[in-house]
Write a protein that binds this ligand. Structure first.
Ligand code: MN
Length: 251
C-alpha cells in the first residue's frame, strides 16, 4: 500500500513526524509532501497568483511552498510516475477540526484533495487545549482507528475526519462514528490592536468558540471523551432543497 502524508502545520510539525511513525507501521511505501510553512486555516485554497516550488528533503519527502491543497495536488501530478497512492492521510493536526471548522481547515482540505482525485483520504486532528501540545491520544489510538478506515471501501468523493480528544490516552472512552456538528453562531473572538506603524489590525479566533452539544455530533463525542470519526462528502448540495428551488424557476 502506497501512502501519501501531508498536513497544514508544515513539514517540520511534530504531528507529521508522529504520523510518519504511525504510517510506517501500515506500509513500507510512505511518501510525505507537506507545506513548507504552517498553513492552518488555509482551507481548500489553491495558489494561483505565484509560482509554487517543490523541495526535496529525502527519497520520499518533499515540501511545497504553498497550501495543503497545493501539496497534495502537486504530489499527485509530479511524484508518482508508476502508480498513484492508495491512501492520503493528513495531519496529525495540532488542534481539533470539528463542526464548521471543516471548511477552514487545511488539514481536512488536503484530504478533500485526495478524495477529489479518487483516493481514499483521512484527516487526523488532536484536540489540545487543557493539556498542552500532547499527541498522546493520537499516538495510543491510531492503531485502533486507522485499520478499519483503510479496510472499508470508501464511497466516491468521501473522506474521513478523525478527531482525538484532549485527555490522557487511558481516559479515552472509545471511538464513535458521528455526524458533523455546528458551532452556535460566530467565528470566535476577534482581537483588535494597533501595529507599530499606527494602523489597526484584527486577529481572528484566539478563544474557543461557543457551541451547543447536539446529540450525535463530532463536538459531543470529543467533549465526552470519545474519538470522533465522521465521514464527509464533497457533494455539498442540499438535495432536499432542489425541488422547492427548482419550482421557483419554472417558466
Ligand atoms: Mn493546523
Amino acid at each position: 500500500m502506497r501512502i501519501l502524508l501531508t498536513n497544514d502545520d508544515g513539514i517540520h510539525a511534530p504531528g507529521l513526524e508522529l504520523l510518519e511513525a504511525i504510517a510506517a507501521r501500515l506500509s513500507d511505501d510512505v511518501w510525505v509532501c507537506a507545506p513548507a510553512e504552517e498553513q492552518s486555516g488555509a482551507g481548500h485554497s489553491l495558489t494561483l497568483h505565484q509560482p509554487v516550488r517543490l523541495r526535496r528533503f529525502g527519497e520520499k519527502r518533499f515540501a511545497v511552498t504553498g497550501t495543503p491543497t497545493d501539496s497534495v495536488n502537486l504530489a499527485l501530478r509530479k511524484l508518482f510516475d508508476d502508480r498513484m497512492p492508495d491512501l492520503v492521510i493528513s495531519g496529525i493536526n495540532a488542534g481539533e477540526n470539528l463542526a464548521d471548522d471543516i471548511t477552514y481547515s487545511g488539514t481536512i482540505s488536503a484530504a478533500m484533495e485526495g478524495a477529489l482525485a479518487g483516493i481514499p483520504a483521512i484527516a487526523l486532528s488532536q484536540a489540545m487545549r487543557e493539556r498542552g501540545a500532547s499527541y498522546a491520544v493520537a499516538e495510543a489510538w491510531a492503531e485502533k482507528v486507522l485499520p478499519p478506515l483503510v479496510e472499508v471501501p470508501m464511497a466516491k468523493r468521501t473522506l474521513v475526519n478523525v478527531n482525538f480528544p484532549d485527555r490522557a490516552a487511558d481516559a479515552v472512552k472509545g471511538i464513535r462514528v458521528v455526524r458533523q456538528g455546528f458551532h452556535d453562531y460566530d467565528r470566535g473572538s476577534l482581537v483588535e490592536g494597533t501595529d507599530p506603524r499606527g494602523r489597526s489590525y484584527y486577529w481572528f479566533g484566539l478563544e474557543e468558540m461557543e457551541h451547543t452539544l447536539d446529540h450525535g455530533t463530532d463536538l459531543e463525542a470529543v467533549a465526552d471523551g470519545y474519538i470522533a470519526v465522521t465521514p464527509l462528502q464533497l457533494d455539498l448540495t442540499n438535495h432536499a432543497a432542489i425541488g422547492a428551488l427548482a419550482e421557483r424557476f419554472v417558466a
